[in-house]
Design a protein around this ligand. Structure first.
Ligand code: UN1
Length: 517
């Protein structure tokens, strides 16, 4: 065990989550029986091998699907509020295990421990939300045009829901999907990122313990492991009516086409290129806090990370100077050490992409204001630690148009009115999150109007990241159009049925059609 793992109690955390003895590829979790190649999980924190897990073969997958399909038959018949009760217990278990799970998230993918805990809190919150929702899966009633008829709609479970999640929110995004899917009467098959497989096993163990305790079938929650080839098992499978996928735009386009070709439904949460407009009426202090957390939180690896600041020329220098001096205060290092603000990137590929983006922005005409660079030496042995960077750039640069999953913030200037700033904000292919910093009511409302931000999320005087679970989460354009977690996002996990009942002794046809025999 490494010094970091020892000092921060990683061993105890793994044990508490039931994933201590899986180095031989066999999990202690009851639902995990994959037999394929070993996938190594290495911590970006210190480069240590935490454990290896088996990937799922096609044969394993078919067994999982049989189990899931079977479990669905009984789970769907359990009244929704009783399904809610199971989700309530799952949320309680998460409360109990919040610290070890938060620690594992931090150690396996590198976000700060505080953010790891925050992620588990999102899981708890969505469980609470789902419990209430389990008594509110409402349909409408309609007035029939025919006398003595009643017409209404009801929502039924869909079946086996597939979930593909990304490394950056290795537990919460699964919980958003699965907690809602469960109360809706669906069962789930989850493929977590192959970069954070232990988070998957930990969650699966927690879920399995709750189902076991309630003498419910194991197949309500299922885990499969591997790379995109395992993802393809889900996208090509007719037995999966809905596939929820979080990841890159490239991946999302493939998933969308594959699922659409069999007329399945997909729920996509893909890349963002999120901007904050900083108007002449912005509170500069709030702007700096929002922008810095948005850009460097999770080392810039949130879908909602702030990538662009669109600053009015009248306050450009003031904001720029405040940001540069705030960046000097940032402490980069072991994310389990609560003195640090920024942890490592997920792996060396991500570091390469970060370095490439910095080279590109200069090549394309930009100027680095905070240089960045890869950190080496004591504490940085994993090779995944980088310095957050700021570059002056233009929205037209190809590199600015792209989402680089790293702490790089582009400063863009506007000199005319808000319309110009909104055009820049909307001038990218992605449409996830956006914000404006202003104390001017007219500007704030214009930004939120139909001619304002084109994103799924638009905030005023808040940064672009850190959305609450109560709202629907997702974005437009190449972000994929999906909505997860709050509001009425539950509807995608169910099928709607319209029912018309005739309680008379005659059979009148709709639209007044006469058909006498
Ligand atoms: C993601 O990055 O995929 O809004 C999810 C946020 C978090 C979720 C981000 N609640 O930043």
């Amino acid at each position: 065990m490494t010094a970091v793992a020892m000092d921060f109690g990683i061993d105890e955390a793994l044990r508490a989550l039931g994933i201590k003895d899986i180095n031989d590829g066999t999990s202690t979790g009851s639902d995990f029986f994959s037999t394929g190649e070993l996938i190594e999980s290495r911590s970006p924190v210190d480069g240590a091998l935490i454990a290896s897990v088996r990937s799922t073969t096609k044969e394993d997958y078919n067994k999982v699907m049989e189990k899931a399909t079977d479990a669905f038959k009984s789970w769907r018949k359990k009244p929704a509020p009783q399904r809610g009760e199971i989700v309530r217990q799952f949320g309680d278990k998460l409360r109990e295990l919040k610290e070890p799970l938060g620690k594992l998230v931090s150690y396996e993918m590198g976000k700060s421990y505080q953010e790891g805990l925050g992620e588990v809190q999102e899981m708890i919150d969505i469980c609470d939300f789902a419990v209430g929702l389990s008594r509110q899966l409402h349909g409408l009633t309609m007035h029939s045009e025919r006398p003595g008829h009643r017409m209404y709609e009801q929502y039924h479970p869909l079946g086996v829901v597939g979930i593909i999640s990304a490394f950056n929110f290795p537990v919460a995004v699964w919980a958003w999907n699965t907690a809602l899917a469960w109360i809706c009467g669906d069962v789930c098959v989850w493929k977590p990122s192959e970069k954070a497989p232990l988070c998957g096993i930990a969650c699966q163990n927690i879920a399995a313990s709750v189902f076991r305790k309630n003498m419910l079938p194991e197949g309500i929650s299922n885990l499969i492991n591997g790379d995109f080839t395992v993802g393809e098992f889900l996208s090509t499978d007719n037995r999966i009516p809905l596939l929820s996928a979080t990841g890159s735009i490239r991946m999302g386009k493939i998933v969308a086409q594959t699922v659409a070709s069999r007329l399945g439904k997909s729920l996509l949460e893909l890349g963002g290129n999120n901007a904050i407009i900083v108007s002449p009426d912005a509170d500069i202090k709030m702007t700096v806090i929002g922008a810095v957390f948005g850009a460097v939180g999770t080392a810039g690896q949130r879908c909602t990370s702030t990538r662009r600041l669109i600053i009015h020329s009248s306050i450009y220098n003031e904001v720029k100077d405040a940001l540069v001096s705030a960046y000097k205060q940032l402490r980069i290092g072991n994310p389990l050490d609560e003195n640090n603000h920024v942890g490592p990137l997920i792996d060396k590929d991500a570091v390469n992409m970060y370095e490439n983006a910095l080279t590109e922005v200069v090549k394309q005409g930009g100027k680095l204001l905070v240089e960045g660079g890869v950190l080496t030496g004591e504490g940085y042995e994993s090779g995944c630690y980088v310095k957050p960077a700021i570059a002056e750039a233009d929205n037209s640069y190809a590199i600015v148009q792209n989402e680089t999953f790293a702490p790089i913030l582009y400063l863009l200037k506007y000199s005319e009115d808000l319309e110009e700033a909104i055009a820049i904000q909307n001038g990218v292919v992605q449409g996830l999150s956006s914000a404006i910093m202003t104390n001017n009511l007219r500007e704030a409302e214009a930004f939120l109007s139909c001619a304002g931000s084109d994103c799924g999320i638009a905030n005023v005087n808040i940064g672009t990241s850190g959305a609450e679970i109560g709202g629907a989460f997702g974005g437009e354009k190449e972000t994929g159009g999906g909505r997860e977690s709050g509001s009425d996002a539950w509807k995608i996990y169910m099928r709607r049925q319209t029912n018309t009942i005739n309680y008379t002794t005659s059979l009148p046809l709709a639209q007044g059609i006469k058909f006498d025999l």
